[in-house]
Design a protein around this ligand. Structure first.
Ligand code: FNR
Length: 388
């Protein structure tokens, strides 16, 4: 059972009451303080892996700057006494328009990794999108996550791709998220400088190391001999040869709704729908793939226009606070994904850290909505924004 999520004022009260008894919040409220605390607790290379992006990291900065180009126009006297931020997505009612973005190899920031994230999500009734590159197997995580979607990195070995999809469906994942923006890993200067890629140490490969199609050609198990297994992973991970018509391969292998993640161009949104996608995730992978790319929020309005309500749209890359969620929803996203914020929460406080970060985000959004005259997400429309 998930807990009732407090309203913004209830959470403020809880925090001030605890403060009166001498207990200050242990998980920083501000994003930059949260990241700084995580940095102080993590090995440099793990911190850099999460914090970093492609090349000059200009896309990461642009993602954040894109939010500043929109300002909220608060409206008064609209009876916001009862506020509700529930949203229906894929036939399920979600308590808040927030899903947890797939973040790979969480074991480098906390030993409980995806298990802690699954428990935090369950407590709040939120949906977790599990990465292919998880530190625990998808079956392990499925036991703990009440609402779960599986993110697929589409291997160039179709047997592995098909096997992972079948496993996810058998384990009760409710949707498939196919990440299209990472057929190969971007030029990440921090990781190259640290000469650090966790997968090459066998980390984040639990789903591969338990997959029959992956293991088939290996003469020894990864536990017995790591190097050949890691080399096989490096060979099969991505698929640069894919074209839109290949989406039929996945469509033919699963009944699950298919969301495509990494869309930034309106034409790609149209093509995705034409080829059977059930949902679009507007994302630039948190600026980790293409240096010098447009801010993800800048990509959102034209895609919303092109999709014309044919399928739902999720948004990510740069969500840090309630106001950011408000702006993305006002510009047409049905809900958002959050990546680094909960990862830092995990780093500083495990399951509690993830839960606290998410609660703060939700309560911040509740207050932003109420103070802007929006009782429900239906009121969060483009007319509440001013372009600067
Ligand atoms: C990611 N992201 C990601 N995406 C995906 O589809 N599969 C994955 O395994 C990962 N792994 C991953 C690791 C790390 C450390 C980060 C920071 C991100 C991208 C992620 O799902 C999401 O698109 C971004 O994190 C969103 O941007 P913000 O919220 O981090 O700004």
């Amino acid at each position: 059972m998930s807990q009732r999520i407090p309203t913004g004022p209830e959470r403020q009260q809880q925090i001030y009451q605890a403060g009166a008894m001498g207990r200050k919040p242990t998980i920083p409220l501000s994003y930059s303080d949260l990241e700084a605390l995580a940095k102080s607790k993590l090995p440099q290379e793990a911190y850099d892996y999460v914090a970093g992006g492609a090349g000059s990291e200009n896309t990461m900065a642009t993602n954040l700057a894109a939010f500043d180009r929109w300002r909220i126009v608060p409206r008064m006297m609209r009876n916001v006494e009862r506020r509700d931020m529930a949203v229906e997505l894929g036939g399920r009612n979600m308590p808040a328009p927030i899903l947890l973005a797939p973040v790979g190899v969480l074991g480098i920031v906390h030993p409980d990794a995806e298990l802690a994230v699954a428990r935090a999500c369950k407590a709040l009734g939120l949906t977790m999108i599990l990465s292919t590159l998880s530190s625990f197997t998808l079956e392990n995580v499925a036991e703990l996550a009440a609402h779960r979607w599986f993110q697929l990195y589409w291997s160039n070995d179709q047997d592995i791709a098909a096997s992972m999809v079948a496993r996810a469906e058998a384990a009760g994942f409710e949707a498939l998220v196919v990440t299209l923006d990472t057929p190969i890993i971007g030029w990440r200067e921090r990781d190259l400088q640290n000469a650090y890629l966790p997968f090459l140490q066998g980390k984040g490969l639990a789903n591969y190391f338990t997959d029959p199609a992956f293991l088939k050609p290996l003469s020894k198990s990864p536990e017995e001999e790591l190097l050949p297994a890691v080399m096989r992973f490096a060979q099969v991970f991505g698929n640069t040869a894919l074209t839109w018509s290949d989406l039929a391969f996945l469509r033919g292998r699963t009944k699950l709704p298919i969301w495509v993640k990494g869309i930034q161009a309106e034409e790609d949104a149209r093509l995705a729908i034409d080829h059977g996608a059930n949902g679009i995730i507007v994302s630039n992978h948190g600026g980790r793939q293409v240096d010098g790319a447009i801010g993800s929020l800048t990509a959102l309005p034209p895609i919303v226009e092109a999709v014309k309500d044919r399928v739902p749209i999720l948004f990510d890359s740069g969500i840090r606070r309630g106001a950011d969620i408000f702006k993305a929803v006002a510009l047409g996203a049905n809900a958002v994904l959050v990546g680094r914020p909960y990862t830092w929460g995990l780093a500083v406080g495990g399951e509690t850290g993830v839960r606290e970060v998410l609660l703060n985000l939700i309560c911040d959004l509740d207050l932003t909505m109420g103070l802007s005259g929006c009782a429900t997400l239906r009121d969060v429309k483009a007319d509440r924004l001013h372009a600067v």
